[in-house]
Ligand binder design. Structure first.
Ligand SMILES: Cc1ncc(COP(=O)(O)O)c(C=O)c1O
Length: 438
């Protein structure tokens, strides 16, 4: 059962004539859909107190006169190692920084191709570019997962790494991908930014590859406004990432209190100032204590909504690669035989924030054909033709953010709104003129 946070009341009744809100009927809800950018975040008084304590300490820089184990950043890194079961963790300034550090620290030669799925947030190819490499986009399947067959078909030896993404909290097929990467002899990095705390067959996402990158930006499972971290079991990659992140003048040694670091000097590498600060680390440490509660809310809300809509033939709900292999931060479904852009618009009119991922009218940063820094002045039609399935499935996909603060009532509103709009599609299947985008 979903977590009860608010009063349970039924969605607003349909307009007497059954009209959708998009057609002038009553919306399912009139209050804003809770999202992080409206302040709907899971932050407890203890978390606020932790940040205030750090502010009052006046020690904001992680590499001050204290030992590593006495700093908030150092303690956070120890706690992250325990949480993920890795030997190393490095707190940094963003998820993008963590991704770029992983690629650079693994010494992927600049100019190499790095494969990543065609469905991801723009930060993934951006991090590849930041690391001096070139994104090699791979088509996706109907569940918006990297299509391994496409990668195998188009494989070239210039690809020196695979950057897997657990996009919108859904685990990628790590068994198949790591097996293939081992065959072709390249490392796998995980963009686990949207999946902090989610597991695949009992193992935490972000711990399958050579290194896993996470974000702690505001709509993530741990939220300190901006920030991120890297986890890895590889000592050399960790040491280089520490230096690259800005542990200057020998400060990288503090990360190896029990032994000699695997590098001698910090000036063989550029120092990029991707460090985390003490205030954010303090906030994150407090949030980490309550992470299981937040994860349970994501999961129970997602399961509640997905189960309540599973019977609708008008939508195809994104399926996980294994039972429960998702976080639950987003509800994504495709409208295979309808107009997903109209569907998303109709949901917004019903009071639910929804986006058609591949909308022509919306410059969504998750639609690869909008990444002009990758494709330059190439015609957009030609760009779309590079990944025909990703194009088709993104154009069919509707994305609804599911905050961990959603109440049962919010979930019921979402279910009622999707049912209403789907019913209109069913009613109009033979009369497509009515179910048209605005
Ligand atoms: C898949 C993915 N990768 C990377 C990032 C970048 O994280 P950050 O904003 O912390 O740089 C995001 C941000 O939402 C993301 O969704």
């Amino acid at each position: 059962m979903a977590v009860v946070l608010g009063q349970h009341s039924p969605p607003a009744p349909h307009a007497a004539d059954g009209r959708l809100a998009v057609d002038g009927g009553n919306p399912v809800r009139r209050t804003p859909w809770p999202t992080y950018d409206k302040g709907a975040v899971f932050v407890h008084p203890e978390d606020e107190e932790a940040a205030v304590r750090a502010i009052r300490s006046h020690l904001y820089f992680r590499y001050d006169q204290r030992a590593q184990q006495e700093t908030e950043c150092g303690k956070l890194e120890d706690e992250l190692c325990r949480y993920f079961g890795t030997t190393h963790a490095l707190a940094v300034s963003s998820g993008t920084a963590a991704l770029a550090l992983a690629i650079m620290a693994a010494r992927i030669p600049p100019g190499s191709l790095v494969a990543c799925p065609g469905f991801t947030f723009v930060a993934t190819p951006s991090a590849i570019v930041l690391a001096g490499c070139l994104p090699f986009l791979v088509d996706v399947d109907e569940n918006l997962q990297l299509d391994l067959a496409d990668l195998q078909r188009r494989w070239t030896p210039q690809i020196k790494a695979i950057l897997v993404v657990h996009m919108r909290g859904f685990a990628a097929d790590m068994d198949a991908l790591t097996r293939f990467a081992a065959q072709v002899g390249v490392p796998v990095f995980e963009d686990a930014v949207p999946a902090l705390g989610a597991e695949l067959r009992g193992r935490k996402l972000g711990t399958f590859g050579l290194a896993g990158a996470f974000s702690t930006q505001s709509d993530k499972s741990l939220n300190c406004g901006e920030g991120g971290f890297l986890v890895t079991d590889d000592r050399a990659i960790f040491a280089r990432a520490v230096v690259l992140s800005g542990a200057y003048e020998g400060r990288f040694r503090r990360h190896f209190p029990d032994g000699e670091p695997p590098i001698d000097t910090d000036l063989d590498l550029p120092l990029l100032s991707f460090r985390m600060d003490e205030i954010r680390a303090a906030l994150l440490r407090a949030e980490l204590d309550r992470l299981p509660i937040r994860l349970e809310r994501f999961r129970s809300n997602y399961e509640y909504v997905a189960a309540a809509l599973a019977d609708l033939p008008e939508i195809a709900i994104r399926q996980p690669v294994a039972p429960g292999a998702y976080l639950g931060e987003a509800f994504i479904f495709r409208v295979p035989d309808g107009d997903a852009s109209w569907f998303a618009h109709a949901l917004c009119c019903e009071g639910i924030d929804a986006r058609n991922l591949g909308s022509a009218a919306d410059n969504n940063v998750r639609a690869f054909w909008n990444w002009r820094f990758v494709f330059g002045t190439e015609d957009v039609t030609a760009t779309k033709a590079r990944l025909p399935n990703a194009t088709r499935y993104l154009q069919q996909a509707v994305d609804v953010p599911l905050s961990s603060t959603l109440s049962v009532q919010d979930c019921d509103h979402l279910v009622a709104a999707v049912r209403r709009v789907a019913a209109a599609i069913a009613d109009n299947r033979d009369r497509p003129a009515r179910a048209q985008p605005r």
